[in-house]
Design a protein around this ligand. Structure first.
Ligand code: ADP
Ligand code: MG
Length: 375
């Protein structure tokens, strides 16, 4: 176990077309026992960051410290780190035991000294009785556990995992996700986990680094990232249904902040006195889960729109509403609610809206709709 510290990491690749800045000043820490996830769209620099930590890439600048020791220039096998890639393929011609022990063999550990760690890793992954079988004799789930055993066998200071679930079908994905969480809990070894899937990040992590274009947009707990996004990018990337964003205007930036979306004036309660808020155009963000559709057509009670699409997922339905703007709005409703395509609705914010700078996208204020006193 060890504390991992990444300090101002930068990686620039020379390509025929010029320089490609893959990682652009990334800093974060993984505490002892912490599960940290780097999440972001394809090409944002997640894998390159992980490969720098593993020692498979040399950073252009910056420092990597493990347990207080600088490892930036050390070869991979001197770092006390184990890396699990997206492709978890076991070697088909080796037994499960040989597969699990393989990283130790590469490290020059003698055959006799590989036996016990391999058996121990197999015990951790509950596939002890499979040790002498060939990978082809294992179920999909058992193969995943053998691959995880091969990752844990080195007993590293840090686990690095790069999209380990992305090639799996839904059932195996769910199973392997639980196994990864279980071994993390059991071994207490910090994990740096890479995924493009925000749901994986939100469900597995203690801390999340949301990456975009080589940089970390926000680092925080899943709760912070979800409820207090730093900017539009984080707000829209995180969350099962992303975030609705509309052009709005701050009409009062004094004690009682007031925001207008055309005629609609949601009553927002700003959590803390915002420093940078002034009257003028802003972007208002609110989650589909916090969006209410009213069917009364009282003028000014919401953003008027027309239901274009209803997608039902069990108890919930996601409704797409055209509101005469380039972007349509989404609302999550109870799937039993009788609402049909073409219905006229007023889109209202239930709670948890966010006011963003209309130019930079940086958050200006987090707001909650004030609780209406019952009449
Ligand atoms: P992610 O894992 O988030 O999808 P990567 O770290 O793989 O992103 O890539 C980040 C950026 O760096 C991309 O634009 C990619 O094309 C570029 N890149 C990655 N590896 C190399 C390389 N070996 N040579 C040149 N460019 C690279
Ligand atoms: Mg990648």
């Amino acid at each position: 176990m060890a504390h991992l510290e990444i300090d101002n990491l930068e990686k620039v690749f020379d390509t025929p077309d010029g320089e490609e800045v893959a990682v652009d000043g990334v800093s974060f820490e993984a505490e002892d026992g912490e599960f940290v996830t780097l999440v972001g769209p394809s090409g944002c620099g997640k894998t390159t960051t992980l490969r720098c930590i593993a020692g498979l890439e040399t950073p252009t600048s910056g420092h990597i410290l493990l347990g207080g020791r600088e490892v930036t220039e050390l070869p991979p096998n001197k770092r006390d780190i184990s890396l699990m890639f997206q492709s978890i393929a076991l070697y088909p011609h080796m037994t499960v035991r040989e597969n699990i022990a393989y990283p130790l063999k590469v490290d020059g550990v003698s055959k006799a000294d590989r036996t016990e760690p391999a058996a121990e890793a197999a015990r951790t992954m509950q596939i002890e009785e499979m040790l002498d079988k060939m990978p082809g004799d294992l179920s999909g789930g058992q193969q995943q556990r053998a691959a995880l055993a091969r990752t844990v066998v080195q007993d590293p200071g840090v686990f690095l995992m790069d999209e380990p679930l992305s090639d799996l079908d839904a059932k195996l994905k769910a199973e392997t996700r639980k196994e990864i969480q279980r071994i993390h809990e059991e071994l207490g070894t910090p994990v740096v986990y890479v995924t493009h899937d925000q749901e994986e990040a939100m469900t597995m992590s203690d801390s999340i680094a949301v990456m975009n274009d080589g940089q970390i947009e926000q680092f925080g707990s899943p709760n912070e990232i979800f409820y207090r996004p730093n900017n539009l990018f984080v707000g829209q990337f995180i969350g099962q249904h992303g975030m609705n964003v509309v052009d709005a205007e701050v009409v009062d930036a004094g004690q009682g902040v007031s925001v207008a979306v055309d005629d609609y004036r949601p009553e927002l309660r700003i959590e803390e006195k915002p420093r940078r808020l002034s009257t003028g155009p802003v972007k208002l963000g609110f989650r589909p889960e916090n969006t209410v559709l009213e069917t009364g057509d009282e003028h000014g009670a919401g953003i008027p729109g027309t239901v274009r699409l209803i997608e039902t997922f069990g108890e919930e339905a996601v409704v797409t509403v055209d509101v005469g703007r380039p972007e349509s709005l989404l609302a999550v409703i109870d799937s039993n609610r009788p609402l049909s395509k073409g219905a006229k609705v007023q889109v209202r914010i239930d709670r948890n809206a966010h006011i963003f700078d209309s130019e930079t996208g940086d958050v200006l204020a987090h707001a909650e709709q004030s609780q209406k006193q019952p009449a």
